[in-house]
Design a protein around this ligand. Structure first.
Ligand code: ADP
Ligand code: MG
Length: 361
């Protein structure tokens, strides 16, 4: 069942098209992660769904009913059955944890006192904060405050929960914990959610599907592995992970490149292509007759990333175990071991460009 339907949703601010003709559906029980760089329209999109801003074109449906339409219907936020969790947790400072969570339940659909307390207890158990019910927000850590905000948003059983970069102000270790907890809580509660973030790892890990936004328009929406391994555009390729593009010539599902003959993901192109290679897919071995030299080397803890200058003039990055990362200046043989077909994009061959030799490396 479709909970949220966006049809041609457009929002402009003067000359800026913050959200540009965006259409997609979010299904019951699904977590849709929306990811894109700062300024790509993520917050504007959430505001349009929540009823905090109007549309210039298009339509938004929630649970099958139109809640916003350009020049027509516009339901205010309180009539949309939408819960929101923002970066600043926005808890009421003078209310306890329990009171904060119950706040959203009072006056709603005639829930009696007993049901309110039961639901409050249930959501605080879900976020594992039942033991802190009597504390005030200033007596909680940032992560605990964010879990209260989550419990408060879920309490009234909204049709849809919206998250706007909820963990951005937390330290990286805590962010990981909190996103795993949030994913678990949303699933246990059966909630449907749109989770906005600029963090690709967060999007890939929390989303059942990932929508990638660029300058207000939707570039791709797919399951996380599909977005990562077979990005629809060059922008998606480099936004959801580190990616290098190698020139190749494609025939029958394979591309000849300077690092060998590579299998392509379908539907395969024919002719001049650029093949996407991610650093973890690149394997190197010291070889005086190899076709690349280690130009740069960055220690990243578990892995060392080396930058390889290929004799063709192209560049590849490789993530290597520290034991297997050759020193600067080492000549190496390079091959690609992805375990699946690689994404490719059509390549324009300029008239002044010599046709590149694609002899096997
Ligand atoms: P994100 O949340 O992805 O960082 P936003 O939705 O906040 O992006 O902004 C998208 C674009 O719309 C940006 O260019 C931003 O400057 C512009 N914008 C957002 N809100 C307003 C506003 N109230 N008035 C004018 N421009 C705005
Ligand atoms: Mg934003």
């Amino acid at each position: 069942m479709t909970v949220l339907r966006l049809a041609g949703v457009t929002r402009r601010y003067g000359d800026v098209v913050a959200v540009d003709d965006l259409s997609l559906d979010v299904h019951d029980g699904e977590v849709l992660a929306v990811v894109g760089p700062s300024g790509c329209g993520k917050t504007t999109l959430l505001q349009a769904i929540a009823g905090l801003t109007r549309l210039d074109a298009g339509r938004i449906e929630l649970d099958g009913a139109i809640v916003a339409e350009a020049g027509g219907t516009f339901l205010p936020p309180e009539q949309r059955r939408v819960g929101v969790v923002f970066q600043d947790h926005a808890l009421f400072p003078h209310l306890t944890v329990a009171e904060n969570v119950e706040f959203g339940l009072s006056g709603k659909g005639g829930l009696g006192r007993r049901e309110r307390v039961a639901r409050r207890h249930e959501v605080l158990e879900l976020v594992q904060l039942a033991h802190l019910a009597d504390r005030y927000p200033h007596e909680l850590s940032g992560g605990e405050q964010q879990r209260v905000a989550l419990a408060r948003a879920l309490a009234p059983r909204p049709a849809l929960v919206l998250f706007d970069e909820p963990f951005s102000s937390l330290d990286p270790n805590l962010r990981g914990d909190l996103r795993r907890q949030t994913a678990r809580v949303l699933r246990q509660d059966g909630a449907t959610a749109v989770f906005v973030t600029h963090d690709r790892e967060e999007a890939l890990s929390i989303g059942d599907r990932v929508a990638v936004l660029h300058d207000g328009h939707l570039e791709q929406v797919d399951a996380p592995p599909v977005v990562f391994h077979t990005p629809a555009t060059r922008f998606v390729a480099s936004f959801v992970g580190e990616a290098d593009l190698l020139d190749g010539v494609a025939t029958a599902g394979r591309a000849r490149t300077v690092v060998g003959d590579l299998e392509l993901a379908g539907p395969a192109l024919e002719g001049p292509v650029e093949v996407m290679v991610r650093p973890h897919e690149v394997v190197v071995s010291p070889d005086p007759a190899g076709a690349a030299v280690v130009r740069d080397r960055e220690f990243r803890g578990g892995l060392v990333q080396v930058v390889l200058d290929l004799d063709s003039g192209e560049r590849l990055r490789a993530d290597l175990h520290h034991d297997r990362a050759p020193v600067l200046g080492t000549r190496v043989a390079v091959h690609v071991d992805a375990g699946h077909g690689l994404a490719s994009f059509p390549r324009e061959v300029r008239s002044d460009e010599p046709v590149r030799s694609t002899a096997p490396a």
